[in-house]
Write a protein that binds this ligand. Structure first.
Ligand SMILES: [Zn+2]
Ligand SMILES: [Zn+2]
Length: 308
């Protein structure tokens, strides 16, 4: 039985087999590349490029260009079939390529809502065709390349969070210790972080000292020092007990500060310590209206987090 989870990045969402893990992910303002692999080999490659509407490539051209590129690299590649197709309501073009025992299903399309040209490849061995087809169909059926509404979901190493669409990822770090993903909009920062081996860390220190000594030090140190760290609430999220704290960040001798909130919890399903924090812009005085917006952003986005 295949277990599924949702993948989400920059208005792309689809269901993926849990076992298909990210082997490469690269993003910039111009484009994106993702590859997923299972225990055996690479299974999926997804790529998009920002292309303005007036230069939108035809789906067939995306695939033809890709085929000629593959031809330069692999000489014995054969085009088994090609036909028109559709992806999430867009006209698409599909080609099936074969080299030796390997099959490559390729889809090209242009998303006019987000002005992006997409190329999606699935890789499998010929003798896997039967069982893999139902997996590929489920992925294709679930795939979305644009999202209406203001909230955009993001997938980060098994954690899902939805943020207002203005927030863009600016920094991503994945290590065997601390991993985090930072979003930024209008000088406000949102950060999701986790540390594996929660139970081991908790033998040494509390979760709030983990936040102060590890998460904060690694991701916000240049902003200054934590002050007024105080517990505000305890709530339930995904069956976990979540502690919410407020804190300020100050630079020595500066009248300016940042107002912040952080939620901390242990996900025992994944043995991770998890942190979600919002950091305001740097100001001397904070208007009530601004603070209200910032705190409701924190509360509303915290609710969307799925950690296992
Ligand atoms: Zn689309
Ligand atoms: Zn959890």
């Amino acid at each position: 039985m295949v277990t599924w989870e949702m993948f989400a990045w920059s208005e792309i969402t689809f269901f993926k087999p849990y076992e298909w893990e990210i082997s490469k992910e690269e993003y910039s303002s111009k484009g994106y590349y993702l590859s997923l692999e299972d225990m055996k080999m690479r299974r999926l490659e997804l790529k998009y490029e920002k292309v303005p509407f007036d230069k939108a490539p035809k789906p067939k051209k995306i695939i033809d260009d890709f085929i000629s590129k593959v031809n330069e690299q692999i000489s014995d590649i054969k085009v088994v079939s090609r036909r028109e197709s559709s992806i999430y309501g867009h006209d698409a073009y599909k080609a099936v390529l074969r080299t030796g025992d390997f099959i490559l299903d390729c889809y090209g399309w242009y998303c006019d809502y987000t002005e992006r040209a997409f190329l999606l490849n699935f890789i499998y061995k010929f003798d896997e065709s039967k069982e893999i087809n139902s997996i590929l169909n489920r992925i294709l059926k679930s795939l979305k390349c644009h999202i209406k509404g203001n909230n955009i979901p993001w997938y980060f190493q098994g954690i899902l969070i939805s943020l207002p669409r203005e927030f863009k990822p600016v920094e991503k770090k994945t290590t065997t210790g601390l991993s985090y993903l930072k979003f930024y909009h209008d000088e406000n920062t949102a950060l999701v972080a986790y540390n594996c081996m929660a139970s081991l860390i908790l033998e040494e220190e509390s979760i709030d000292s983990w936040f102060k000594n590890k998460v904060f030090k690694e991701s916000f140190k240049k902003y200054g020092k934590i002050s007024n760290f105080s517990k505000e609430a305890v709530l339930k999220l995904n069956n976990h007990t979540v502690s919410v704290f407020s804190y300020d960040i100050r630079m020595t001798l500066s009248p300016r500060k940042r107002k912040c909130k952080v939620a901390l919890w242990v996900c025992d399903e994944t043995n991770r310590l998890i942190c979600y924090t919002i950091v305001s812009k740097e100001m001397i005085r904070f208007k009530e209206n601004y603070m209200h917006k910032l705190y409701s952003l924190f509360e509303n986005t915290l609710k969307t987090i799925k950690c296992h």
